[in-house]
Design a protein around this ligand. Sequence first.
Ligand code: ATP
Length: 589
Amino acid sequence: MEYRLIAETYEKVEGTTKRLEMTDYLVQLFQSTPPEIIDRVIYLTQGKLYADYLGVELGLAEKLAIKAISKSTGIRENAMKDMLRRYGDLGIVAEEAIKKKRQTTLFSFEEEKKLTVEKVYENFEKIARAEGEGSQDRKIQLLAELLNLASPLEARYIVRTVEGKLRLGIADMTILDALSIAFGGSKELRSFVERAYNIHPDLGFIAKKLAVEGIEGVKGIKIQLGIPIRAMLAERLPSLEEILAKMGGRAAFEYKYDGMRIQGHVGKKIWLYSRRLENLTSQFPDVVEALKEAFKGEEGIFDGEAVPVDINTGELLPFQVVSHRRGRKYGIEKAMEDYPVVLFLFDVLYLDGEDLTQKPYPERRKILERVIQPTDRVKFAHRIVSSDISEIKDFFNHAIEDGCEGLVAKNVGEESIYRAGAREFLWIKYKKDYKVEMGDTVDLVVVGAFAGKGRRKGTYGALLMAAYNPEKDRFETVCKLGSGFTDEQLAHLPKKFEELKIEKRHPRVWSKMDADYWFVPKVVLEVIGAEITLSPTHTCARDVVEKGSGLAIRFPRFTGRWRDDKSPEEATTTKELVEMYRNQIKKMG
Ligand code: ATP
């Protein structure tokens, strides 16, 4: 199959923001794809080589990509860097470079060998897997080889993909739509395809089944140990009364632990997956061991929340403590000693060959309690089943006291299946009111902004907010603020900040973040957040509470008040934020 077809589809997709049009382009592409390579075509349209959970990353360093373009076109690297500064996108640089090459070569490109999807995928895969001595040269060679065969348009997308920056914004759901239409003639297949995707979230795999075996192949896709299942999510309602009513007057109420969601697949081998289906197995060897010890069956898939616990007091610790462990390559042993983790299990999705997701929750919970022998490290989510509002409120207070975020109510009726990938009212969360945690609003100064993506294209995606440090007379960043704005306000933001725009970071702004736009610190906004946390990225009160950390506001939201009455120097100070942080810690005990 010619790669040209993919490149042309990308270009059309980029030219529209309408989902239906996007779907149409994909349908055409899938229909002209031979079934045996449809999986590769699907991964490529997502800028990947495999399903995410396999963790194979395509992300060639910019400087290597520049070398490859230079090698292929004969244009010097420095000239290329100038072009990159001009265009800000190496894909466009590659496109222009190939155009130039064509203008200056007499060779007729009409006769050249066509670049195939197979070849592109093969070289991408070799680039992703190249390791060790000489691998950089090999990667350059592999990319240059593709560029030698590429048209300018193809070069644009090859380079973006290999850099891991394709970002066409095609949602998985759009691909599922397109697949259903391409292979079923309509969206009728959609529910089967979606179910398959929810229990086996690998679009390439599903597409191939569909293309080769038809809908029967898709219906035959089953839960498989080792392949993550998309997590079931919770809706929210503002009061326990409403939740109880919505649940039909009676429900299970479980502690809502504030840790990290973990899906454990336990058999001869063990896998742990995050809520976003990343493979976490190597980061939590202690959880792996604990699950192995607690599980009494052959093969099982469990859903739960991992929370760091103080081994002396049994107290649950805040989430940021456990986040230190994530992504950490070294010192896992030490992290395990410092922050031992308890896994609170709340569901079982699969047991010894049987899919349990279609059974009601009370039955699943019974099975869970039968096959798991609780230990110090694996426990069941604490819960009550109740129809008594005062008992539920009391239970909620206990949850907060015990360091949880609130409760998750769970439907106990016949309909209470495990709806993989869905956020519906079978589960409803109720969290502690944010105001209780942060106590008060803060007034922060806008010092920069980030370009919007998706629906926010053309305006700002978020503002970079700072607190004032009077001792140093500077503004120190504390959060990226993206919510709480009306659509109208959002659309108006670039205009509002136009006159404050400056080329570089303002000298009185201290930031470790690289904003897309910088402003003269002037505008003050009132912000409320969920809580104040330690932050490696923000500079607010850096090194004051903890060496190497600043403070950040978690889940900041604009209250709607522009504090035009305040000068930037009258904004909340870094010292005040330190106080608020300390009070919050005190409250948590
Ligand atoms: P939040 O930030 O509120 O956790 P979320 O979008 O990550 O939201 P939701 O499904 O909306 O996830 O809320 C439920 C989340 O709460 C789960 O993803 C899980 O991580 C966590 N959780 C903690 N305890 C439980 C429990 N007992 N049952 C289900 N989820 C729980």
